[in-house]
Write a new protein. Structure first.
Length: 278
């Protein structure tokens, strides 16, 4: 997993160098994607590249062509079968530190492979704990920005409190997790926060909605209030890292008597089958 791609070249990770004047380093000025690879096959690549294109457009950067070819080459160079590709694009290098960016600089493009840290089925069945915090991040969380300090602080808040995830609330409404989208179940109906600038349009979120509909499981995209979350019959988080993660306790509130719910486990199994047969 040592070889990476940086600005037109494949080279060992230890040899990669990026200028201290790169706007990604100085300002967090860039976007990224985390793309799963299962058995040497890229998972939902078109959806990831579509979201990347949208993120680039929202920060007034041009689309990057040829990423699919770079990804396929990187996969061939990787001895492992299952891993992540981290794709990181910044606005590039300027001669001086300036909030105002130049129009004619070349983007910095980095792709590298990372281990896939999926949870075992036994851990999934046991479920995980989460905590609630105010969503203090910026108001364009629909952009998959490399500026992740808010998410870092919120994820570490979860970890330091023995939790898997921090669930975020803004104006009493659930937005998402620090590194995930969120679904709840009430009276056998599944709900997830509707898309807005306050949350990321998760690729896995989109896949789960599609699979739920295909399996006649009713799902509604709507406002979800903190009280709805606390009183839900089931709760799960979704991300490219772990598609379905049951949440069985939120702060001091038990969900489904502290057990992963039946609908949660059903969509977990459906998703695993989809991945295996992809």
């Amino acid at each position: 997993m040592d070889e990476i791609y940086l600005n037109g070249s494949f080279l060992p990770r230890s040899k990669a160098q990026i200028s201290i004047m790169d706007r990604g380093f100085l300002f967090g000025d860039g976007v990224y994607e985390l793309i799963p690879v299962f058995n040497k096959k890229v998972f939902l690549l078109d959806e990831h590249l579509k979201r990347l294109k949208n993120s680039l457009n929202l920060i007034q950067m041009n689309e990057i062509k040829g990423l699919d070819k770079i990804i396929n080459t990187l996969i061939k160079k990787n001895i492992k079968n299952t891993f992540f590709i981290y794709l990181h694009i910044t606005r590039g290098v300027q001669s001086s530190r300036n909030h105002i960016y130049s129009e004619n600089i070349d983007s910095t493009i980095l792709l590298m492979c990372e281990d896939y840290p999926a949870f075992s089925e036994n851990l999934i069945k046991k479920g995980f704990q989460a905590t609630i915090q105010d969503d203090f991040r910026w108001m364009k969380s629909n952009i998959k920005s490399i500026s992740l300090l808010g998410n870092v602080l919120l994820k570490n808040h979860a970890s330091s409190n023995g939790c898997y995830e921090t669930l975020l609330v803004r104006n009493k409404k659930l937005t998402e997790g620090s590194t995930s989208n969120v679904f709840i179940v009430k009276d056998e109906i599944i709900y997830t926060p509707k898309l807005s600038n306050e949350l990321l349009p998760g690729v896995t979120r989109g896949l789960l909605i599609k699979l739920l509909n295909q399996n006649n499981l009713k799902v509604i995209e709507s406002d979800i209030y903190q009280s709805d979350l606390i009183n839900a019959d089931e709760v799960w988080c979704s991300s490219s890292t772990n598609a379905v993660v049951p949440i069985v306790k939120v702060d001091d509130n038990m969900i489904n008597d502290g057990k992963a719910g039946s609908i949660t486990m059903k969509i977990y199994e459906i998703t695993q089958d989809f991945i295996i047969n992809f």
